[in-house]
Design a protein around this ligand. Structure first.
Ligand SMILES: [Zn+2]
Ligand SMILES: [Zn+2]
Length: 170
């Protein structure tokens, strides 16, 4: 059986190869190594996370190369760029673009966990609004902010600590 992650990466590599050729950009080893790192993860990372991960792989690339390659990958649709309005607004969060269903995000305001959800009604809204407003919708971004139910969430941890200390005071 073909490992789906491997075949996804193969497809991504071919796409990047074609894109770089078409644009007359250098097909450097670094770019393909960065692509491989991106396709090995399932999270929403920022450029710095990626830079650190490359160094952990002992693949020394400069921050400039990471930023530049991310731009290329976003341009050719291999990476999706998200702008989450969290406390550090300047950071873009990236995720792999191939083999992913259209999805929206839930973000916990306490632990900053990012949760994905799919709802077919979003597609319906897109077409209905597009038709009504006579507007060609190309993409959308939807983020819900709130509190997650994760046991590890810092809000829960804090609440637990608070009640524990108030108990000890009593
Ligand atoms: Zn996502
Ligand atoms: Zn949380």
């Amino acid at each position: 059986m073909v490992n789906s992650t491997t075949s996804l990466l193969t497809t991504a590599r071919t796409k990047l190869e074609e894109y770089l050729l078409k644009k007359g950009l250098r097909r450097s080893l670094e770019r393909f190594a960065i692509l491989e790192e991106v396709y090995s993860r399932d999270d929403h990372f920022d450029a710095e996370d990626l830079y650190q991960a490359m160094h952990q792989r002992s693949f020394a690339v400069s921050r400039a190369t990471v930023y530049n390659t991310l731009d290329v990958l976003v341009d050719c649709g291999l990476v999706r760029k998200n702008q989450f309005g969290d406390e550090d607004n300047t950071k873009s969060r990236f995720e792999k673009g191939l083999g992913r269903q259209q999805h929206a995000h839930l973000i916990c305001v306490n632990c900053h966990r990012v949760i994905e959800f799919c709802d077919p009604r979003l597609q319906l809204i897109k077409t209905t609004v597009g038709d009504t407003m006579q507007f060609q919708v190309e993409s959308h971004s939807l983020v819900f902010y709130g509190e997650c139910a994760d046991e590890e969430c810092v809000a829960r941890t804090k609440a637990a600590t608070a009640s524990a200390s108030s108990n000890s005071m009593a």
